[in-house]
Write a protein that binds this ligand. Sequence first.
Ligand SMILES: [Zn+2]
Length: 195
Amino acid sequence: MSENFALMLPDEPVPVRLMNTIWADRAGVHDALRTADELRAWLRAIGEDADGDASIDRRDVETFRSLRDALRRLAALLTEDSRQAAASPTEDVEQAVADVNQAVTRATTWPQLSMQDGRLRRWSTGTESVVARSLSAIAEEAVDLFTGPDQERLRACYAPGCVLYFVKDHPRREWCSTACGNRVRAARHYRRHRS
Ligand SMILES: [Zn+2]
């Protein structure tokens, strides 16, 4: 498991961060969500306190992977993604839509108030486990992402070998990261000097 996957594009919306648990380097495409420990680490990276949730099991991992693959399929549709290496194992768009909808209904959450240091704070609780609530919340956020104003800003990164997605939050942003931008510039430089 890569140490840096949790840090990969940490400013993207959480559904995009879930999509980006499929990532690539020179050795090829990697999946950062294969085990319960990896799911726990990922949840920690997005700020969910799932450490006390000892019940994370194989099925939770499968549910998250299934949502992830559905999101990647729909992101591919929206971005007209032609990257072979990034193709989701979920090919059917209707299936992907059904998977997202299913995930939304996995738990119900509601906001709560608490007093902390004399100030009112918002937190949320709900039915089911932290893991199921996270899944449900991410799926709901994905519905908003895919249908709201960010829909048109969603991009596939076309730097060589990259399989990540990002939300273009700046008119001049072309790549998912400065690392990808640097690799593209280096490749152009190399090509210029070779010819
Ligand atoms: Zn990239």
